[in-house]
Ligand binder design. Structure first.
Ligand SMILES: CC(C)(COP(=O)(O)OP(=O)(O)OC[C@H]1O[C@@H](n2cnc3c(N)ncnc32)[C@H](O)[C@@H]1OP(=O)(O)O)[C@@H](O)C(=O)NCCC(=O)NCCS
Length: 188
């Protein structure tokens, strides 16, 4: 899978499956979102090379989906504009379900990259992994993420009130899911 996407800034980017050389870019993006301190229930950035490499090895071993957006004119690791991962659940009886996570670099948000990464990740997870349902969760105050998930057809299942406590504040967690066949019917 390789898709060329023209952004409204005029730049052309590429959407494809992850490669080993993307590891640093992906973790830079993750650590920057951790530093933003408002989108993920994570306090500490990941600096260990072992941990970064293990994440990649696990994706390959478990055949999980990770789709990246890359900028052909930017140097590694800044060329990885964002990533969308659909991982397996820990349960033997839930192999038909994938859990989605997504991050886009600050400067490249609101350009349609998130939409395209999620779209490709959903299609690939059905094609390659036989997934039927995608689940995810997000903070209730993450208006942009919620808008995007709802626009793509994710349904809100419920709210875990005060699920996270960060910087002396509680955050509610919104749980959402999407049936892939419904998505493909609406977006052939
Ligand atoms: C959430 C995120 C993945 C979305 O990716 P993206 O590339 O910015 O998404 P897109 O450009 O495809 O779509 C964003 C949409 O939200 C809209 N939007 C932006 N700010 C908004 C707001 N405050 N309220 C509602 N909608 C908003 C944009 O207008 C756009 O909609 P449109 O294309 O219909 O005009 C990305 O912004 C991000 O990485 N955010 C920080 C990390 C994060 O929140 N990850 C998800 C955790 S659950």
């Amino acid at each position: 899978m390789k898709k060329v996407l023209k952004l409204k800034t005029g730049e052309t980017i590429i959407i494809r499956h992850v490669k080993e050389s993307d590891i640093d870019g992906i973790w830079n993006n993750f650590n920057n979102v951790v530093d933003e301190g408002i989108y993920l229930p994570v306090f500490f950035p990941v600096r260990s090379e072992f941990e970064k490499q293990s994440w990649y090895n696990n994706i390959k071993k478990e055949r999980e989906i990770c789709i990246v957006a890359t900028h052909p004119k930017l140097k590694n690791p800044y060329n990885i504009l964002g990533q969308c991962e659909i991982s397996n659940l820990e349960w033997d009886a839930a192999t038909h379900v994938g859990k989605l996570g997504i991050i886009i670099q600050t400067k490249f948000r609101d350009l349609g990259i998130g939409f395209n990464l999620i779209d490709e990740a959903i299609r690939e997870s059905k094609k390659l992994n036989n997934k039927e349902k995608i689940i995810l969760s997000c903070f209730s105050n993450n208006k942009r993420a919620l808008y995007l998930y709802k626009k793509m057809g994710f349904q809100i299942l419920g709210i875990r009130k005060k699920q996270f406590y960060m910087d002396s504040k509680y955050y509610d967690e919104i749980l959402l899911d999407l049936w892939i066949d419904d998505y493909l019917d609406n977006n052939p």
